[in-house]
Ligand binder design. Structure first.
Ligand code: ATP
Ligand code: MG
Length: 267
């Protein structure tokens, strides 16, 4: 279904912003669903001890988790689960992962564990087009692991006051990761979330973001939409929960924009 002019392996994208509640998990889940709907095979790696992405994707069985993948050398086959949605897979997380930050610290490969787990040739057998990593709201070792493992970082930016504050710290971390462990790390883009057209503040945040970050900001804006916030309690992406909602349509657009950027053309 997809023009796979893919070089080797999947495109690995870390969804990151150390600010809490800006729409990282919502974006990881619904972008994944949008990509899957367009025919891409997608894996969501839940790298947040809160496990919200796992819950939002309807995972019940959490016997094998991201913790096992990065700290217990579990194989990809053991941890990758199907979801109810075709083409969409997940590695779930539990609160166990909260101790990983400390356990990782004493490991000499501490920044590379997720890289070694995801950038292995064994992942090719799954034929994923995209791997989306849902990061915790922190610039801790888990987030650094995601940035070392990823080809790019996708930054959700909440259309609220102070949205751009903290971005410079995030960009600094990305630069440090480039200098030390992952010189090819790119910025996939910045996506405005919870956008409210009627609100001056949303429009001001958009203007500031576009003035400061230019092309880096996706054309697609994700509107504030109650269907988006309801969907996780039904353990579904909004694309399945209410396919015609404004939120679902926005995430479909974002998926198209990202596929276009990565030369994956839906047919
Ligand atoms: N477009 C939207 N419209 C309405 N509500 C939204 C939208 N996007 C996210 N939300 C709501 O905002 C809250 C925070 O979103 P989300 O959990 O995705 O953020 P997060 O950045 O992953 O948070 P954390 O930093 O805790 O991991 C959730 O209650 C979610 O349902
Ligand atoms: Mg989250």
């Amino acid at each position: 279904m997809v023009d796979l002019s893919r070089p080797t392996g999947p495109r690995i994208v870390a969804v990151a912003n150390q600010k809490g509640g800006v729409g990282k998990t919502t974006t990881a889940i619904n972008l994944a669903a949008g990509l899957a709907e367009a025919g891409c095979k997608v894996l969501v790696v839940d790298l947040d001890p809160q496990g919200n992405a796992s819950t939002g994707l309807g995972v019940e069985d959490r016997d094998w988790t991201t913790y096992d993948l990065i700290l217990d050398d579990a194989s990809l086959e053991a941890v990758v689960q199907e979801t109810e949605i075709s083409n969409l897979f997940v590695v779930p997380a539990t609160v166990d992962l909260s101790s990983a930050d400390i356990e990782l610290f004493s490991n000499e490969k501490r920044s590379y564990l997720l890289h070694d787990a995801l950038r292995q040739t064994a992942i090719d057998a799954f034929e994923f087009d995209f791997v989306l990593i849902d990061c915790p709201p922190s610039l801790n070792l888990l987030t650094v692991n995601a940035m070392v493992a990823a080809h790019s970082v996708l930054v959700p930016l909440q259309s609220e006051f102070f949205a751009l504050e903290g971005l410079s710290q995030l960009m600094l971390t990305i630069r440090e990761v480039r200098q030390t462990a992952n010189p090819d790390l790119r910025i996939e883009g910045v996506v405005l979330t919870m956008y409210d057209n009627r609100n001056n503040l949303s429009r001001q945040v958009e203007k500031d973001a576009r003035d400061n970050l230019g092309e880096m900001v996706f054309k697609t804006k994700i509107p504030r939409n109650v269907r988006v916030s309801e969907a996780p309690s039904y353990a579904l992406p909004v694309l399945q929960y209410d396919s015609g909602s404004l939120g679902a349509m926005a995430y479909r657009h974002l998926a198209r924009e990202i596929m276009h950027k990565n030369n994956k053309v839906a047919i």
